[in-house]
Design a protein around this ligand. Structure first.
Ligand code: OSB
Ligand code: MG
Length: 372
């Protein structure tokens, strides 16, 4: 293992206009904010993306809280560490609780650095084999069926073979039934982002006849118990997103029957190391997993593609082509959709992306540089 010292770090808090506003049960985003991290060590540069956003809707973390814990705690701890690797970071951050989105962004930059030092792609480092992975598209909550059908029509004609739609009380069963009527065979799944309560079990039961691939995170993030009760009530597989922050949660949720499918996001679980652990456990137990998304730039998207190359990621991921998100990204290459609804996994060392410094500067709200 290469040992080296951290020479410098930069944090960029960026804001990018989404091509279309993205509406979930917890709010609407016109612009997406996140942190981009740059690590310099021994002449190499590693990039990472922390998916903490503008407001604490999906997670309690925001770009501002992530900035704070990175600047005050995580980066100083890493600078002291003699092991500039993802496992070294895990050790260095042991004293600290929480803030997985901040952790994961830093870890991603260390993976990029490690890959570049060793001349190996992230996919290789994680143990992925596949050179392309099946993907789908996640469509925000729509006001009515017509606008939803227009969105779906557009994405199906672009070649996406799996559609996920966001739902919330008042914009759910009728819309999903309408989609199913027009598209009897499309791979269709829904994501509630915790918008329901166990008292809505009978209402959600109406989704059971619509041949859905899964129902994602219907109930509260901290409620494995009611998810288990709901899963007993439904034929459709429940998939947990927000509830699963680590491998232990995964084991317990599966054992309790709270879900039959896991959405794996490296941000939510504090990094790719934990994501791979969850994957390995699920693969061994025959539990399907898929790679979730957080409207990433091409930096985070490259990491998602590498993770999804692992063999247990059998379901289509929430990884869409670059042009689905932003007019102009901060990094190249521009990722595109293959005709068979797959996307290619980068094979260059590390994440396999190059930063567009002009774009990064243009989208930055603020940045800081620290030398060690
Ligand atoms: O719940 O999966 C989610 C985006 C932001 C926050 C939460 C979620 C999402 C998505 C987007 O569904 C998926 C994507 O990146 O394409
Ligand atoms: Mg989700």
């Amino acid at each position: 293992m290469v040992e080296s010292k951290l020479d410098a770090v930069e944090i960029f808090h960026i804001r990018m206009r989404l091509r279309e506003p993205f509406r979930t049960s917890f709010g609407v985003e016109h612009d997406r904010e996140c942190l981009i991290l740059k690590l310099e060590a021994g002449g190499f540069v590693g990039w990472g993306e922390s998916v903490a956003g503008q407001f604490p809707g999906y997670s309690y973390e925001t770009a501002q809280t992530a900035w704070h814990v990175l600047e005050e705690f995580f980066l100083p701890a890493l600078a002291q560490s003699h092991l500039l690797t993802p496992t070294g970071l895990r050790e260095a951050l042991k004293p600290f609780k929480g803030h997985p989105l901040a952790r994961a962004g830093l870890e991603m930059a260390l993976w990029d650095l490690l890959g570049k030092r060793e001349g190996r792609s992230l996919r290789d480092l994680l143990g992925g084999q596949r050179t392309s992975v099946p993907v789908g598209v996640s469509i925000g909550v729509q006001e009515n069926l017509d606008s939803m059908l227009a969105q779906i029509d557009g994405y199906l004609s672009q070649g996406y073979q799996r559609i996920k739609v966001k739902i919330k009380p008042g914009a759910d069963v009728e819309i999903v039934a309408g989609i199913r009527e027009l598209y009897p065979a499309v791979r269709l799944q829904v994501d509630a982002n915790s918008a329901y309560r166990i008292e809505d079990a009978d209402h959600l039961k109406a989704l059971d006849d619509l041949d859905l691939q899964l129902i994602e995170q219907p109930l509260a993030e901290d409620d494995i118990i009611d998810h288990a009760a709901l899963q007993k009530h439904l034929k459709t597989d429940i998939c947990l997103d927000e509830s699963i922050l680590n491998l232990r949660h995964t084991i317990q949720a599966v054992d309790m029957g709270a879900c039959r499918i896991i959405n794996i996001k490296s941000g939510r679980v504090g990094g790719l190391l934990e994501a791979v652990r969850i994957h390995d456990y699920c693969l061994e137990r025959g539990i399907p997993v898929w790679c979730g998304g957080m409207l990433e730039t091409n930096v985070g998207r490259a990491a998602n593609l590498a993770l999804a190359a692992l063999p247990g990621f059998t379901l289509h991921g929430d990884i869409s082509a670059s042009d689905r998100y932003y007019e102009h990204d901060i990094a190249v290459p521009t990722f595109s959709l293959n005709p068979d609804s797959t996307m290619d996994v980068p094979s260059q060392p590390g994440l396999g992306v190059e930063m567009d410094f002009e774009a990064l500067k243009q989208f930055s709200l603020r940045s800081i540089r620290k030398e060690f």
